[in-house]
Design a protein around this ligand. Structure first.
Ligand code: ADP
Ligand code: MG
Length: 256
């Protein structure tokens, strides 16, 4: 087994007296899709904001390639190879594919002029590598499908050096065909073998379709984890429900 690219140990995050994370540990391996599952309020977004350098943990430690790291800002996390694709994708609908791809990191000539042709080619080629052939990189992002936009945001993160790719609910706002396009894109990234993917989802089926490893969060704690081989289908279903069996939920339904 390869070494984890990134590992977190015992992360605790308090917001005032409230503990959003209560000692979460996780490791992500290159070439693996790691599904992070859990109900609303489980702490998924809080965890990824810590990994992305947005929040500082109250306690606990992050290791990248075995070395302890402290992220003081999102820039620190990006520099350490952590690329995060948030649900809103941080794309400007009115601007072109290429301008979005390079936003703030444009390739310029000696006089400061933008090297548009070079940037168009890179944006096109990087998206093609993970499955989408954009015929015109000058087209506005607003004209692309939701699945294509996800691919743009993913290709951009990889091109700018992501070794851990964090995807926050990438399929949740899409119709089924586009969901499958996005899952195919994620599988293409996985098959490169050098990138660790954290796939946050509410969707049991999507996780089963592509994940190699699963971690289940509930109320700030890891309530289950394992590889695809270690977890039987029923374990996944039960853990998705925060550890509850359908009989427990039926009893709750009677008593709420
Ligand atoms: P998830 O993404 O799994 O739905 P979150 O990480 O968004 O969960 O939230 C976990 C818990 O932490 C929730 O109860 C939420 O209300 C709380 N929380 C998240 N961010 C903050 C914050 N900035 N201040 C106070 N409480 C927060
Ligand atoms: Mg969330």
């Amino acid at each position: 087994m390869a070494q984890p690219y990134m590992r977190v140990e015992n992360l605790v995050k308090k917001f005032g007296p409230f503990s959003a994370l209560r000692g979460v540990s996780l490791e992500v391996y290159p070439g693996e899709v790691h599904a992070l599952l859990g109900d609303n309020g489980a702490g998924k977004s809080t965890l990824i904001k810590i990994l992305a350098g947005v929040h500082a943990p109250t306690s606990g430690q992050i290791f990248v390639e075995g070395k302890p790291v402290v992220f003081r800002s999102p820039r620190d996390a990006t520099a350490a190879g952590i690329g995060t694709v948030y649900q809103d994708l941080a794309l400007n609908q009115l601007m072109s594919v290429t301008r979005n791809f390079f936003m703030g990191r444009e390739i310029k000539g000696p006089l400061g002029t933008l090297k548009m042709n070079e940037m168009d080619k890179i944006a096109h080629d990087e998206m093609l590598k993970i499955g989408i052939d954009i015929s015109d990189p000058q087209q506005a992002v607003g004209t692309m499908s939701g699945g294509q936009r996800q691919t743009l945001a993913i290709a951009r993160a990889i091109y700018f050096g992501a070794k851990v790719l964090i995807l926050d609910e990438p399929t949740s706002a899409l119709g089924q065909k586009q969901q499958m396009e996005v899952l195919r894109t994620i599988k293409r990234v996985q098959s490169r073998g050098d990138i660790a993917i954290i796939f946050i989802t509410h969707n049991e089926i999507h996780s089963k379709l592509i994940a190699d490893r699963f971690t289940f969060l509930s109320l700030g704690e890891v309530i289950g984890k394992g590889t695809r081989e270690e977890l039987a289908g029923d374990d996944i279903r039960r853990l998705m429900a925060g550890g509850a069996e359908i009989e427990d939920l039926a009893a709750m339904l009677e008593n709420v």
